[in-house]
Design a protein around this ligand. Sequence first.
Ligand SMILES: Nc1nc2c(ncn2[C@@H]2O[C@H](COP(=O)(O)OP(=O)(O)OP(=O)(O)O)[C@@H](O)[C@H]2O)c(=O)[nH]1
Length: 301
Amino acid sequence: MTGNGFRSGFAALIGRPNVGKSTLLNHVLGQKVAIMSDKPQTTRNQIRGVYTTEESQIIFLDTPGIHKPKSRLGEWMVKTARDTFAEVDVVLFLIDAKEGMGAGDQFIMDLLQEVKTPVFLVVNKIDQVHPESLLPLIDQYRTRFSFREVVPISAKLGNNTGKLLELILAEFPEGPPYYPSEYVTDHPERFIVAELIREKVLHLTREEVPHSVAVVVEEMSRQDEGDLVDVRATIITERASQKGILIGKQGSMLKEVGRRARHEIQRLLGSKVYLDLWVKVKKDWRNEDFYLRQFGYRDEE
Ligand SMILES: Nc1nc2c(ncn2[C@@H]2O[C@H](COP(=O)(O)OP(=O)(O)OP(=O)(O)O)[C@@H](O)[C@H]2O)c(=O)[nH]1
């Protein structure tokens, strides 16, 4: 596969929360590796998706939605994003066509000015706006940053995503693939399982439990016969009132979260799953180093 025009490289996805990074990744990879939610900031760890064809391989790094840090967790996210930009072959800066430019976008562009990596402006959700509104929006961004390419897409419908892949590959050097072709994500199953549970919590509790909720998978073990996986997980909230909402009347909410999460985990793992869910209150965990480490928000040594 080497020396005959095979191209491979790294592309980082960045954008304000909810612009559709996970949707794009899922569309391209055709599999649920990044978690989608209509609530902002659901992707907090870096999820790597690998797209492989006969001629090429693109490794996607999904950086979290970043903004001016207000807590240690925020600082950690910004630092991770900045390191990622410098290491990749191309940065895909996603924006939402129906939202105007915000302070968050300016913050991202300021960060991007610091690296030499080519940046694409990817204008997502074009299915939701009138085509005439696109040019003025794009101009607004272009006056502030020098983009290598501007690519309007709909991640949800798949419009123009093929073109986007072509343009990304044009930035890559020739070289062998980094991963075997059957590889889609190198993220540990545990993290994906935790995110699936978290997604169900956010969907089912609507506005009542904030996105600060965290899920820790404490144990995941396959039973001897191999067709049953035991998962023990804890949902961590910041307030006792949120714990109450999460548990619900006679445990009904927690039961429903568990039922839906179990269903998806079974699909993901291809085995029967026994899911044991707990809820704990840990005040202000986002500012405590100890919990950041415990939840996997940790700097490489
Ligand atoms: N109409 C439309 N909706 C979209 C499109 N792309 C994403 N969405 C919706 O926008 C919402 C947010 O999408 P996500 O993919 O979760 O956003 P994200 O950028 O990954 O968000 P975080 O992971 O929270 O940073 C979801 O409800 C998607 O269905 C699109 O092209 N068109």
